[in-house]
Design a binder for this molecule. Structure first.
Ligand code: ZN
Length: 140
């Protein structure tokens, strides 16, 4: 088990613009506001969505696309570093008009209709992501 300890210095609230890519927009916000480590939560609406699923048996990534408007029922994630750059790892639950939910890893291709977010910015040694032999993933 690995753990890290931080002081919480700032909490930032923000909103993406209609048409922004959620992952790219949130990452850009963190870079602009000097957030190198932290946690993030968000909600809103997407014009279209894309979720990724990691198959543990085959180590393959599968993507599901949503061409209709979807609610961001929940988005949670963390902010750290990969290859020396700000890196967000977020998972999201999307709901359709009947309230049916799909969830997975947030990738690019999720286009905001609206998206409000809260970021807890942490001060301390920023975790750096590296390849993890046990899972095949890029982890702290
Ligand atoms: Zn993930």
């Amino acid at each position: 088990m690995k753990s890290f300890e931080f002081e919480c210095k700032r909490v930032l609230l923000g909103r993406l613009e209609k048409g922004d890519d959620v992952l790219e927009g949130l990452t850009e916000f963190c870079v602009q506001h000097g957030v190198a480590a932290g946690s993030i939560q968000a909600l809103g609406l997407l014009q279209r969505g894309r979720l990724r699923f990691y198959d543990q048996a085959t180590a393959a990534h599968h993507e599901t696309e949503f061409e209709e408007g979807m609610e961001i029922a929940s988005l949670v994630g963390n902010i750290s570093s990969k290859d020396g750059e700000v890196f967000l790892h977020c998972h999201v639950v999307l709901a359709d008009r009947q309230g049916r939910c799909s969830g997975g890893h947030l990738t690019t291709g999720n286009i905001a209709f609206v998206c409000e977010f809260a970021i807890m910015a942490l001060e301390g040694t920023v975790p750096e992501r590296t390849h993890d032999e046990a899972t095949g993933l890029i982890m702290w």
